[in-house]
Ligand binder design. Structure first.
Ligand SMILES: Cc1ncc(COP(=O)(O)O)c(C=O)c1O
Length: 656
C-alpha cells in the first residue's frame, strides 16, 4: 500500500522564526514514528496561506499564529489578519482540516475567548518550543481522523479466524470453497467477501440496530465529517432512508410538501407514512425533455398556503446536477415551523469542496439523505442519513429505522461507509479538485467535436426557474446529441457495443454523463475519442421524437395510503374496440403509475383520473419508444389501471 503524504502548513509572519519552527518540527517528524508521512511547510502571510490551502490537496492541518503582521523593513508592523478571521476563512474553504493556534502565554485568555466558537483543534505556546510535543499532537489528531473504527474491527475479527458456529450459512465461504459446482463463485468474488460477511452474533462488531460500539463510533465520525449532529448508516439505500424520515416526521393525515418529480421512494414513503401530500410542480425544459427544480415562487406559495405542513422535501442536486438556492427556502419553511428534508442522493460529496457548497445541512436543512454509493467509494445500497433537526426524536426515528433495517445487514457495506468517510476526510478535496478539472476538460473536448454539445446552466434551466439562484454541479454533464444523426437509443448502443462505454441516463435528445472521484483521465480520453469518431462520420441529423409532457397533476381525492390499501379493481385502458377506455375518466387510481423514463408519477394512489391522463398513458403504450410503465396491471394482455370501486370511494374519508 502506498504511504500517504500529510502536509501541515505553519503560518508565521517572521521568516526566521518560521524557518526555525519548520526545521525543528520536521526533525521531530523524522525522528519519531511517522506512518502518515507528515511534513511541515510554511508561509508568512495569510494570503499565501489561503492560496496554499486552495492548491494543496495533501494538506491535513494548519498551525496559525495568533496574529499575523506584515513587517516593513523592520520598521512598521501592519496587522494582516487576525487568527479569528483566518480560521473562519480556512474552515469555510476546507472544514475537514485540523486547525491549531500558536499563542503567547500572556495572550492566552484573549485569543482562546475570541476563538471559542470556532472549530479550533488545539493551542500551542510559541515560547515552549516543544516541537516533539507539537508533532505528537498533530500526528495523533490526523491519525484519529484517518481511523475507520468499524472497518478496523471487521479486519481484526477476520484475522482472528474464529470458528464460525453462526450465520451466514456459507460459514466464511467454507460451503463454497472446494465445491465442484460453485467454487467459481467463491474465486470470482474473492475470499474476503465471505470472511467479512458476518452477523450480529459477533458482539465485537456492534449492532446496526442499537449501536454502542464500533458502529456508533463510525457514525459519530461521519457526523463530524459531514457537518451533522447525528449520522446513521443505512444499508438499503436512500430509498429506505427517505421512508425512515417520513415515518419519523409524519403521522397519517399530516401534510407534506413535495416536489412531484421526487424519487419514487418519496412517493412510496407517502403511502407508508399515510401523509397528505401537497405536490409541487417541477419546472420543465421542453427543448431537452428535462424536469428541473420546483420554481422558488411555487415553493414559497405552498409554504404560505400550507403553514400547517410538517415537512418539505426537495431533491438537490437533481439527477442533472441542478441545485437549489437552499438557504432562502429553508428559512421560509422554518419560519412556519416546517421541517426541511433534502434528498442529496446525488450530492453526498459536496461538503468536501467549496465549489459544491453550501450543502443542505450548511443551508440549514433538518435532514439530508445521501447515497454515498452513488458518488463516493461505498458499495451499492450504502447510504447515510444526516440529522440536524433540533427537535430530533431519536426514539421514534430508531423505531422506524429498525422497522426498515434487516436484522442481518451486510457488514462490507457498513465498512465501505466508514472507508468512504475516511477517504473524503483525508483526500476528498484533492479528488474533487481533480474531478472538477476532468469535468472541465471533458466539456471542452465534447464541444470541440462540433457535433456534440455540452449544455450550459442557462440552457438546462427551464424558463420559470431562470432567476431562482440555481447552480450547476459541473460533474454532471448533459450533452445535446441532436446534430449527431443518431437517436439517443442508437447512440447509447453504439457507445456500448463499439466503444465499451455505458452512460448514466438520457432524454430524447440528450445524454447525461456522471463524473465521480473514480473518473480517470484515460476514461475521459476514451469517451472523447468515441464521440469524435462518431462526429466525424458526418451523419445527417434525423428527427428525434420528443417524450410528451407529463399531464398536470389533477386532484387528490383520498389519502394515497387509504387508496392504496382499499382493494380496488382492474379497469382496462382500452375498450373492446381498442379505443381509449372512457370508463376510466373520473375514477380514482389505487396505484402509482410512473412511466420510466422520466420516472415522474402520472398518477398516485388517491388521484382522480382524467381524460387527458388516460389519453397520455394509452399514447405511451402505443408509441414505438420503449418506456417502462411502472404500476400498470395486466389482465392477460390487456393493460389496466387498478382503481377504487364505487363502494370503496363512498367508504373512504375524502380529502377536504
Ligand atoms: C433523487 C434520488 N433519491 C433517492 C434515490 C434512491 O437512492 P438509492 O439508490 O440509494 O436507494 C435515487 C436513486 O436513483 C434518486 O435519484
Amino acid at each position: 500500500m502506498r504511504k500517504p503524504v500529510s502536509r501541515v502548513l505553519v503560518i508565521n509572519d517572521e521568516p526566521l522564526v518560521l524557518k526555525e519552527f519548520l526545521r525543528s518540527l520536521n526533525a521531530a517528524a523524522r525522528s519519531l514514528d511517522n506512518p502518515l508521512g507528515i511534513v511541515f511547510t510554511g508561509v508568512t502571510t495569510a494570503k499565501q496561506a489561503l492560496a496554499a490551502i486552495e492548491e494543496d490537496g495533501d494538506l491535513q492541518a494548519v498551525v496559525v499564529d495568533d496574529k499575523l503582521y506584515t513587517i516593513n523593513g523592520g520598521k512598521s508592523r501592519k496587522l494582516q489578519m487576525s487568527a479569528l478571521e483566518l480560521v473562519q476563512r480556512v474552515t469555510r474553504l476546507r472544514p475537514e482540516l485540523d486547525v491549531y493556534i500558536l499563542i503567547a502565554q500572556e495572550q492566552e485568555d484573549e485569543v482562546v475567548d475570541a476563538l471559542f466558537a470556532e472549530a479550533v483543534d488545539g493551542y500551542f505556546y510559541r515560547e515552549e518550543k516543544d516541537y516533539r510535543g507539537i508533532y505528537r499532537i498533530v500526528n495523533a489528531q490526523i491519525q484519529e481522523k484517518a481511523r475507520t473504527p468499524f472497518y478496523d474491527q471487521l479486519k481484526n475479527y477476520v484475522w482472528m479466524a474464529k470458528d464460525s458456529w453462526h450465520t451466514p450459512g456459507h460459514s466464511s465461504g467454507e460451503s463454497l470453497r472446494n465445491d465442484p459446482w460453485v467454487s467459481d463463485f467463491y474465486e470470482f468474488m474473492g475470499e474476503h467477501i465471505f470472511d467479512a460477511d458476518l452477523s450480529v452474533s459477533v458482539p465485537m462488531l456492534d449492532s446496526l440496530m442499537e449501536p454502542r460500539g464500533v458502529i456508533a463510533e463510525a457514525q459519530a465520525m461521519a457526523a463530524k465529517a459531514f457537518g451533522a449532529r447525528r449520522t446513521f448508516f443505512a444499508t438499503n439505500g436512500t430509498s429506505t432512508a427517505n421512508k425512515v424520515i417520513f415515518q419519523t416526521l409524519l403521522a397519517p393525515g399530516e401534510k407534506l410538501l413535495l416536489d412531484r418529480n421526487c424519487h419514487k421512494s418519496v412517493h412510496h414513503g407517502v403511502v407508508l407514512s399515510g401523509a397528505h401530500p401537497i405536490y409541487l410542480n417541477s419546472s420543465v425544459n421542453r427543448k431537452y425533455g428535462l424536469y428541473g427544480p420546483v420554481p422558488k415562487r411555487t415553493i414559497f406559495e405552498a409554504i404560505e398556503a400550507h403553514p400547517d405542513a410538517e415537512a418539505l422535501i426537495l431533491t438537490s442536486c437533481t439527477y442533472d446536477g441542478l441545485r437549489y438556492d437552499l438557504p432562502a427556502i429553508v428559512e421560509a419553511a422554518h419560519e412556519k415551523g416546517i421541517k426541511v428534508i433534502i434528498d442529496e442522493a446525488w450530492y453526498g460529496f459536496a461538503r468536501f469542496h467549496p465549489e459544491f457548497r453550501p450543502t443542505a445541512l450548511e443551508a440549514g436543512a433538518d435532514y439530508a439523505t445521501q447515497s454515498t454509493h452513488k458518488v463516493m467509494s461505498a458499495f451499492s445500497q450504502a447510504s447515510m442519513i444526516h440529522v440536524n433537526d433540533p427537535q430530533f426524536n431519536e426514539h421514534i426515528f430508531r423505531e422506524n429505522f429498525n422497522m426498515h433495517t434487516s436484522t442481518s445487514p451486510q457488514y462490507a457495506m457498513i465498512a465501505s461507509l466508514d472507508v468512504a468517510r475516511k477517504q473524503m476526510m483525508m483526500e476528498g478535496y484533492k479528488l474533487l479538485t481533480r474531478t472538477l478539472a476532468l469535468a472541465q476538460e471533458l466539456r471542452k473536448q465534447i464541444d470541440s467535436t462540433g457535433v456534440f454539445r455540452v449544455l450550459a446552466l442557462e440552457e438546462l434551466l427551464p424558463e420559470e426557474v431562470r432567476h431562482d439562484g440555481i447552480r450547476l454541479d459541473p460533474t454532471k454533464v448533459t450533452v445535446d446529441i441532436s446534430r449527431s444523426g443518431y437517436t439517443v437509443e442508437e447512440l447509447q448502443r453504439e457507445l456500448f457495443d463499439r466503444f465499451n462505454i455505458q452512460v448514466e441516463k438520457s432524454t430524447f435528445n440528450t445524454l447525461t454523463l456522471l463524473l465521480t472521484i473514480g473518473t480517470t483521465r484515460s476514461k475521459v480520453s476514451r469517451l472523447y475519442d468515441a464521440l469524435m469518431r462518431i462526429a466525424r462520420e458526418g451523419r445527417a441529423p434525423q428527427r428525434l421524437y420528443q417524450f410528451p409532457d407529463i399531464p398536470e397533476f389533477t386532484k387528490l381525492r383520498f389519502l394515497p395510503r387509504d387508496a392504496y390499501y382499499a382493494g380496488g379493481e382492474a379497469v382496462p385502458l382500452l375498450d373492446e374496440k381498442d379505443n381509449v377506455n372512457r370508463a376510466l375518466v373520473d375514477r380514482v387510481c389505487a396505484d402509482q403509475i410512473t412511466p420510466y423514463p422520466p420516472g415522474i408519477p402520472v398518477l398516485v394512489p388517491g388521484q382522480q383520473i382524467t381524460r387527458t391522463v388516460v389519453d397520455f398513458l394509452v399514447g405511451l403504450l402505443r408509441s414505438q419508444k420503449r418506456v417502462e410503465m411502472h404500476g400498470i396491471v395486466y389482465d392477460g394482455y390487456l393493460p389496466c389501471l387498478r382503481v377504487l370501486k364505487p363502494g370503496e370511494e363512498k367508504s373512504l374519508k375524502k380529502i377536504g
